[in-house]
Design a protein around this ligand. Sequence first.
Ligand code: ATP
Length: 229
Amino acid sequence: MNTVLEINNLTKKYGRITAVNNLSLSIERGSVFGILGPNGSGKTTTLGILLDVINKTSGEFSWFGQPPTKEVRKRIGAILETPIFYPYLNAVKNLEIVAEIKGVPKSNIDISLQKVDLFERRFDNFKTYSLGMRQRLSIASALLCDPEVMILDEPTNGLDPQGIAEIRGLIQQIAKDGKTIILASHLLDEVQKVCSHFCVLKRGKLLHVGTVDEVTKGAELVEVMANNP
Ligand code: ATP
């Protein structure tokens, strides 16, 4: 089974607003799949439904060919919003708390910190970390359960150029480790640099999907990104 995620006719309505409009997609194992769209195009709502934190209005989706049960959900790591870490605890202590909550062995902590290149700084308090390091610690916390899929919602938002480069490099490294990545972004150059495939959403509707080269050839793409919803 090479399809990690299959979405069929997914719709989410908030009253009169259709945030996700009849979306169908499939994502293959090993891809770095971008969900590109301007603000309000339905990226976060889609990810929230896939992670079972937002109720869908209609449609279906399956992970790894199975219905989205709690067991299946354990195979997916996600950062929808920056987790709250304790400023006066170091990275190890903070991740020990996350490991306890998630029920994963504490022996995973050092490996996760090595993967995000924070091992050397593991005993420094969270409050001494730069924004980029904080985001890397968020990614380490999502990696703790060694997920097959990582979902990242706008992971470079608010970072300086160095932080952005670090996070993009890290995403590529995680993909090389064999994980499938789903990355929501409003930045065309980000998905073009980092992703193997992407789709374009506008007002909840799928406009394009394919490899980066295929979708980039869509002439109206730049226009979609230039004009917010
Ligand atoms: P952003 O990057 O700004 O978060 P997005 O592409 O992730 O944008 P969503 O946050 O999914 O888009 O929003 C899609 C649409 O649904 C928007 O019109 C938004 O205003 C609306 N929406 C999102 N959440 C709610 C909610 N809880 N109640 C009502 N409308 C909502």
